[in-house]
Every structure is written in C-alpha cells, then in structure tokens.
Ligand binder design. Structure first.
Ligand code: ADP
Length: 374
C-alpha cells in the first residue's frame, strides 16, 4: 500500500509538472545528469522541429550544440546542482539547432529539479531571433545616423571655411570702393555701397559664428582641469569694449576648476556675459557669475543679469541655431551664440537653461558633471 501511494503521489506531481511545462510560453526541456532529454513541451517540439518521441532520450547537445551540455554535466569536482547554482536566474545566450540543421539564437534560463533520479535540469529556451534582428537593425541605424551626422558636420565646416575666401575678396573691394569713391559719385551710389559693405560685414560675422558652431562639437583638444576664475577673466578681457561702453559691473563668487577644454569655457562665459550686457535695459548692466555644487556630482554655474528679460515661451527657442528675439536694427547678432554654448555643454554631458522675468532680468544656468570624482 505504501509503495502504491508513493507511486500515485509521484505520478500526480509528475502530471502537475507536465501541465506546468505545457502552460509555459517558452520551449522547455528537462535534462538529466547525463545530458539526455527526459521531458519537453509542445513549444520545444515546434521550436526545434522534432516530434516529441524523437527528442526524448536524445542528447541535448543535438539541439543546443554548444555551451549548454558543458554547463550541465558535472565534471566530477562539482555536482550538477552546484554547477547550476551559478547559472540560475541568469540568461545565457547560445544557439539552437533545428532538425533541418538550421540554427537560431536562443536565451536559456536554467533551474534545478529534484527527482528520484537525482538532480534534473529544467531549461526554458527563448527564441531571441526577433530581438537579435532588432538589435542589429538598431546598431545599423545608429551607425548610419552617426555617419550622416559626421558628413553634415564636415559639410558645414568646409562650406563655411571655403566661403570665407571669396567673401574676403568681395568685402575688401567694396570697402575699397567706399573709401575711394565716397562723395565722388552720386548720393545713390554712396547708399548702395554702404549696403554692400554692411551686407559683407554681416555675412562675415555669420560665417565666423557658423565655423565656431561646427567646431564646437568636434574640437579634438584634450579636456583638462580648467580654472573657472581664469576662464571668466579671459572672457572679460575679450569683452573689454562692450563693458567699457556700457559701464557694466561684472562680479563673481569663487568659481571651481572643472574638466573642460579651456577655450570652450571661455567661449561659454563670453557668450553669456556678452548677452547679459548686450540685452540690457535702461539701467547700468549688473552681471553676477556664481557656481554651486548640486548635491551629487554636478557643478551648476549661473550668469545673472538685470537686463531686458525673456518671456517664458522663448526659454527653449533661444538655444536653437539662428533663433533671435530681437531684430538686427535693435541689437546686432547672428542667433548662434547660445546654440554654441548648448553644443559645447551637451557634448560634455552637461545642460544649459534660463530662468527669467521680462523687464527684470535673466539668469542663465549651465550644469557640468564632475569627472574622476574631483
Ligand atoms: P545673438 O545674441 O547673436 O542674437 P544668441 O544665440 O546669443 O544670439 O541669443 C539668442 C537670442 O536670445 C538673442 O537674440 C536674444 O533675443 C535672446 N537673449 C540671449 N541672452 C539674453 C539675455 N541675457 N537677456 C535677454 N535676452 C537674451
């Protein structure tokens, strides 16, 4: 009676286990210590293209040629259970072989199954062909994007660089015309020459800024520790003229040294402080630069002004190439400065944004991650 009860119990639990196997969404095979298949579900039949009878008793090596059997069969120094313990819960990528010899990528999840015959291994086998194809497609698309982006960068650089030369010629000859013939032709001629000179100057400014923009993302100069204070000092030296003309007062707190290409930090300060002075209100411009550590591993710099301010709906737009809120007649400019700052900072994993109240003033912030934990 005892024996028959045990038998029926094990039959019952065996049936339960079979039911579970069939309900699983993945192909499942149960393998014994010798690497032979003892049980499988219908998904496994379909996946590998064998009728069930043909697979039972076969070596698992026939359907998963590499990797699996080695993991399974204990090498004498460790038991199958120990070998498995190291694998459980981790997806192992291998390849499966169908009856017709074709192969497909699979991911295996192994778990032990105690039985009267010792530790068996249940393997859930997922066909990952679709995922692998998607991954390949993604890698290809990213590669293409990178290439076309590089081409575009190169094009922008070459175009602006090569345009400089003929433009220089047009500019110098119109300037010569203006110098030699001003007042010697009629009033219209003076006016036309004036427009030509002005157009040349503007185009030179645009091309100079476009070149700076295309360089901002590709500058191969090594990054080094740069003192924020000396970068600001250099930017202020470059801004001598507008500071002098406007009587601007620029103050700053103590600024940290950060990892960045030094000329680029000068460029960022120069653009932000330059704008703070350019877009001033009737008051004498007061600009304050400071930096705080953002709890974690970021430095946040700010450049605060008491200028015209910006309406909230333009907070994002001003960082886009060529976007300006003011006409040329009001304020000179090309609409490239903030786009350059954004490109420089984002290339280093940083960000830039603005907070502002119209007619009260603006604060431009930029955040840069600290590197090497310094
Ligand atoms: P540019 O100064 O050549 O126009 P920028 O990219 O530096 O180009 O700035 C884009 C626009 O953002 C400016 O035209 C101006 O309208 C606005 N702006 C930038 N800085 C400020 C500031 N500090 N205060 C008010 N407006 C600003």
């Amino acid at each position: 009676m005892k024996i028959s009860r045990e038998l029926s119990q094990s039959k019952e639990s065996g049936a339960k286990y079979r039911g579970l196997l069939e309900a699983a969404p993945d192909a499942m095979v149960v393998v014994n210590h010798g690497g032979e298949i003892v049980l499988l579900n219908v998904q496994a039949e379909k996946q590998f293209g064998y009728p069930r009878d043909e697979l039972v008793g076969q070596k698992v090596k026939n359907i998963i040629p590499e990797g699996f059997a080695e993991r399974l069969i204990a090498d004498g120094t460790r038991t199958a259970a120990e070998a498995l313990a190291q694998q459980i819960g981790t997806g192992i990528e291998l390849s499966g072989r169908r009856k017709d010899g074709s192969e497909f990528p699979i991911e295996l999840m192994l778990s032990p199954l105690e039985s009267a015959e010792g530790t068996l291994v249940t393997a859930a086998i997922r066909n990952i062909s679709v995922r692998k194809d998607a991954e390949k497609h993604l890698v290809k698309t990213v590669g293409e994007l990178k290439r076309s982006n590089e081409e575009l960068q190169h094009f922008a650089y070459v175009a602006s660089h090569d345009l400089q030369e003929p433009l220089r010629m047009v500019a110098s000859y119109t300037q010569l015309l203006a110098k030699r013939y001003k007042g010697r032709l009629d009033g219209d001629a003076d006016e036309f020459i004036g427009y030509a000179v002005d157009g040349c100057n503007r185009m030179q400014g645009l091309i100079r800024d476009l070149l700076a923009y295309s360089r901002a993302g590709t500058n191969g100069k090594a990054l080094g520790k740069t003192s924020g204070e000396s970068a600001l000092k250099e930017a202020l030296t470059n801004l001598r003229a507008p500071i002098g003309e406007s009587g601007a007062v620029v103050s700053h707190d103590s600024l940290p040294a950060i990892t960045i290409d030094d000329t680029q930090l000068v460029q960022v300060f120069q653009n932000l402080v330059g704008n703070a002075i350019k877009y001033r209100s009737a008051e004498v411009p007061r600009v304050h630069v400071s930096a705080t550590k953002n709890g974690g591993n970021e430095w946040i710099f700010s450049v605060r002004d008491n200028g015209l301010g910006i309406e909230p709906q333009y907070f994002e737009r001003i960082f886009v190439l060529f976007q300006r809120l003011h006409g040329r007649e009001e304020f000179e400019g090309t609409g490239i400065g903030l786009a350059i700052c954004k490109k420089i900072l984002e290339r280093l994993g940083g960000r830039i944004w603005v907070e502002s109240q119209p007619r009260k003033g603006s604060t431009f912030y930029f955040a840069l991650p600290e590197r090497d934990g310094k």
